[in-house]
Write a protein that binds this ligand. Structure first.
Ligand code: OGA
Ligand code: ZN
Ligand code: ZN
Length: 394
């Protein structure tokens, strides 16, 4: 794990050089040079950085430029800076005095981490490392008790981001434990099914999940503009016959489709279809493609739920090709080499990336025993946030 990005802590707003040098063991500046365009710096590890003047002025950490309590930016960078500041080294850190005599003090390590063209954000990097499942993928298990320590929590959250699926084992058989786990990370993301939902067969179900039928691989709430990022499903009871959980890495399978059937892949990327949920109170729908790519052609998200696909509203000529593409994707997803199956045991929780990894379950027989899961959702922003906070004390 790389060094976390240091922030100038809120308590350090009365910034003085004694405090600035408190990042022991970090880089120190050895050379500085300022002209009317930029300040060039060299550190004691021989690295170099060039900082445009306006960038430095914009990032001044003093209490006129940053709010002393919130540390949020007050300075607004509207005027260009065309006069070289006076630059001096103070205990290996940088002091700049600007033409209007404003003084900015910069920590050497803080500057080193943010030198242009060398942008690092350890959590951002982690998010980019999505490891596709191999055909013999086995999910990582973390003990619930271990996830309570900072190190264990970091491990399960990092695994969740990397693999899109992680299991927490041997948790308590306690109502709402899923909510307690979620709240340690961030506020639960509410939906039309509530902030925290129970999955068992209900007398008047408004959703296939609340019956005992099998659920083919799907993502939750693809009918929302912003489907939930992360889903937690906590097993409290599972002694009915059947009800095994199914998972598949939608990104890995979409890449397999891109290779095997490029035309089908393109059809699913380029054809928005309707997803819609309706009950007595709500009617929530969106038109979006099954596979969404970002501007550089990388996978961004999979929307997949056969039972809340709405009427397929497409021009006549596009209907048959769309079904053919859907069928190919479906078959690949449900191929045993891509789909994994496991039986959740009471006290076990699956956490997964709902916009990448598809989930499902086998049918169960409610006359043979009880099956009860509790679930909730989290925004991925909160997972990233939690990891950044945990990295403050590596
Ligand atoms: C759901 C769901 C899975 C299960 O509630 O959306 O997929 O195992 N449940 O019951
Ligand atoms: Zn300032
Ligand atoms: Zn689901």
């Amino acid at each position: 794990m790389s060094t976390p990005l240091i922030e100038i802590p809120a308590t350090q707003h009365r910034i003085d050089m004694g405090e600035l040098s408190s990042y022991v063991g970090g880089q120190q500046l050895t050379d500085i040079k300022a002209d009317d365009e930029c300040v060039s710096l060299r550190w004691n590890d021989a690295s170099q950085g060039h900082f445009p003047l306006l960038w430095l002025r914009d990032h001044c950490p003093c209490i006129q430029c940053r709010h002393p309590l919130t540390r949020e930016r007050l300075f607004v960078p509207l005027a260009d800076i065309e006069v070289a500041p006076q630059a001096t080294l103070v205990k290996g850190n940088l002091r700049l005095q600007w033409a209007d005599s404003h003084v900015s003090l910069f920590d050497a390590v803080w500057l080193h981490q943010r030198r242009p063209d060398n942008d690092i954000d350890p959590v951002g990097e982690l998010l980019r490392i999505r490891r596709p499942w191999s055909t013999n993928f086995v999910p990582t298990h973390v003990l619930h008790a271990d996830s309570m320590s900072e190190e264990g929590e970091r491990h399960w959250l990092e695994t969740l981001l990397r693999d899109g699926l992680v299991l927490l084992d041997e948790g308590p058989l306690a109502d709402e434990e899923v909510s307690r786990i979620a709240r340690r990370i961030g506020p639960m993301r509410a939906s039309n099914f509530g902030a925290r939902f129970d999955v068992y067969s209900k007398p008047n179900p408004n959703n296939a999940a609340y019956t005992s039928i099998g659920l083919a691989l799907h993502s939750d709430l693809p009918n929302w503009r912003q489907p939930p990022d992360i889903q937690l499903l906590y097993c409290l009871q599972n002694d009915a016959a059947g009800g095994e959980s199914l998972f598949a890495d939608g990104f890995a399978v979409a890449e397999a489709l891109r290779q095997a059937a490029p035309q089908a892949f393109r059809t699913l990327c380029e054809t928005p279809i309707d997803f819609r949920f309706q009950d007595e109170e709500q009617d929530i729908g969106i038109r979006a493609p099954v596979i969404e790519l970002n501007a550089t052609g990388q996978l961004r998200e999979i929307r997949f739920s056969n039972w809340i696909r709405d009427t397929l509203r497409l021009p006549f000529d596009e209907i048959s090709p769309w079904y053919a593409a859907f069928r190919q994707f479906w078959q690949l997803l449900h191929d045993p080499k891509h789909q994994i199956e496991l039986a959740l045991v009471p006290g076990q929780m699956a956490a997964f990336d709902n916009r990448r990894v598809l989930h499902g379950r086998r049918a169960f027989d409610p006359t043979t025993g009880k099956r009860h899961l509790q679930g909730t959702y989290l925004d991925i922003d909160m997972i990233e946030s939690r990891l950044r906070v945990l990295q403050r004390n590596p």
